[in-house]
Design a protein around this ligand. Structure first.
Ligand SMILES: Cc1ncc(COP(=O)(O)O)c(C=O)c1O
Length: 325
């Protein structure tokens, strides 16, 4: 049997985890900070905030761009279930658009079609017209008492666009961001599998790392099936300090000061709980493993590209339709 993905872990990760354990500081602390700083540098983002999974990252990213109960988020169904689940955690409902046949990612033409044909502008905001059709099954919209009089503006606001870089293959992020900007909608990139992926916005002249980010926020996974692993774990990148501050508060119970700051202070530091937060922290043991994993990134990518081109050679001649029967 061919394993779908085997994590590349070795002595370096085992030593790093041991050191973190013996240091006495095992939850979010100095290793997490180093992991975040290194990750931000590698993808070219100003800020990187480590969390417990990509699912947690998506949840916080959607909250941070102000997705609220009753809203909708435009995304794709061709993804792992966590993409759509994160939308529902916010009390919102996903609206799915179709994917491109050659990249398996969000089709920008379909995105524009959904916006033009199924949404209407009200003031500065865009509303999905058929919100009553979404209010079924486990949809959080049902618990908001929807369907309601749609003209009351109670539901259906298009709060975000959530494209996925499926299997690490970048979506057409430049067109998607362009469409989003036209309508003033934030973009959260599900980059769960895209650590180390590059994208060109100028026809191949120059390349940029996914996670820079090109939208407002990008979310990564360190589940063992991904390029790098910390057992479980996630990372959120952004270039906006206000957004980064929100992630840090929300991942740590909404607490106004991090544990490290309180620990290092010579005075008693009283914290405030300024918002309803979550326990989405990454541990220092995971981050210590992650720091070692980042050192392997280039080698892992070389190996994965070699394997991919091998599969490409063997399977390239099989017409797409023959997979579908
Ligand atoms: C596209 C996509 N989004 C989100 C996730 C969730 O990641 P995690 O397991 O780190 O929560 C995955 C995991 O497979 C994924 O493939």
């Amino acid at each position: 049997m061919i394993p779908i993905a085997r994590p590349v872990l070795g002595e370096a990760e085992a030593v790093a985890a041991r050191k973190a354990i013996l240091s006495g500081w095992v939850t979010q602390g100095p290793q997490v900070k180093t992991f975040e700083d290194t990750f931000a540098r590698i993808v070219g983002a100003r800020f990187a905030c480590a969390v417990s999974s990509c699912t947690a990252a998506l949840h916080l990213a959607l909250l941070a761009v102000a997705v609220k109960p009753g809203d909708v988020v435009i995304t794709v169904s061709h993804s792992f279930i966590a993409t759509a689940n994160a939308v529902r955690y916010c009390g919102a409902e996903p609206v799915f658009v179709d994917i491109e046949q050659d990249t398996y990612n969000m089709d920008p033409d379909e995105l524009e079609k959904v916006i033009k044909e199924y949404c209407i502008s009200r003031g500065t905001e865009l509303y999905y017209k058929h919100v009553d059709r979404l209010s079924v099954g486990e949809s959080p919209l049902r618990y908001l008492g929807i369907p309601v009089d749609f003209n009351s503006h109670a539901a259906g606001r298009v709060a975000a666009i959530l494209p996925v870089h499926q299997m690490g293959l970048p979506c057409d992020i430049s067109r998607i961001v362009g469409i989003a900007a036209k309508y003033g909608i934030p973009v959260v990139e599900d980059a769960a599998c895209a650590i180390g992926s590059d994208v060109s916005l100028n026809g191949g002249e120059t390349w940029e790392r996914i996670g820079k980010p090109h939208g407002d926020v990008a979310c990564f996974s360190f589940h063992p099936r991904k390029i790098l692993t910390t057992g479980d774990g996630g990372m959120i990148t952004t270039n906006e300090s206000i957004m980064d501050a929100r992630f840090r508060r929300l991942r740590h119970h909404g607490m106004s000061v991090p544990d490290t700051e309180r620990h290092e202070s010579r005075n008693v530091v009283f914290e405030d709980y300024v918002t309803t937060g979550f326990n989405y922290r990454m541990t220092d043991i995971q981050a210590a493993v992650g720091i070692e994993q980042l050192k392997r990134l280039d080698d892992i990518l070389v190996e994965r590209r070699k394997l991919a081109s091998g599969y490409g050679e063997i399977m390239g001649s099989i017409p797409f339709r023959s997979f579908l029967g």
